[in-house]
Design a protein. Structure first.
Length: 166
């Protein structure tokens, strides 16, 4: 049973694309945040305890990012998901088209999100610093709040997507 978060959330091809790309894009999220942090907050490349810990950590608990990924996927479908398929004249399938568009959108948004130091800190808290304790759970909540405030949309698990009145 597919969970619909808004009345026109019926693009099953896009949902399949997002499900197939989840693992790869969540790994990209953590790797990009680590690179961004090192380039922008340590431009001289000085090695201290924080940089050593960031470089040392190679495995991350991806479960902590699943809710963030699902919420961002839902926001994308809400804002950009078309229910009506278009005719493609370039010979590609809709699956390929949606894959390229979703990956580009995800990477573009992660780059924009990294400008916010609270987003960087939440991702690093989950992936590198506190991935085994309650701080990771709280950082996951910070990511959810960041996403809600960035798009002025609230994503509820059972009630779906609702616009936040500004």
């Amino acid at each position: 049973m597919v969970r619909r978060l808004f009345p026109s959330d019926k693009n099953h091809i896009l949902m399949d694309v997002q499900a197939c790309q989840q693992e790869v894009l969540m790994k990209y999220l953590v790797d990009f945040v680590k690179q961004y942090y090192q380039l922008h907050y340590n431009p001289l490349g000085l090695i201290d305890d924080i940089i050593l810990e960031i470089n040392k950590e190679k495995t991350y608990p991806m479960e902590a990012f699943e809710e963030f990924y699902h919420d961002l996927s839902a926001v994308y479908r809400y804002k950009h998901g078309e229910v009506q398929l278009e005719i493609l004249f370039d010979g590609s399938t809709h699956f390929e088209k949606y894959t390229a568009e979703w990956i580009a959108y995800f990477k573009q948004n992660i780059m924009a999100f990294c400008a916010n130091k609270y987003f960087l800190r939440a991702v690093l808290d989950i992936s590198v610093f506190h991935h085994l304790d309650r701080v990771a759970y709280l950082a996951g909540n910070r990511l959810k709040y960041f996403l809600d405030s960035y798009y002025d949309i609230k994503v509820y698990k059972y009630r779906g997507i609702m616009e936040i009145a500004s």
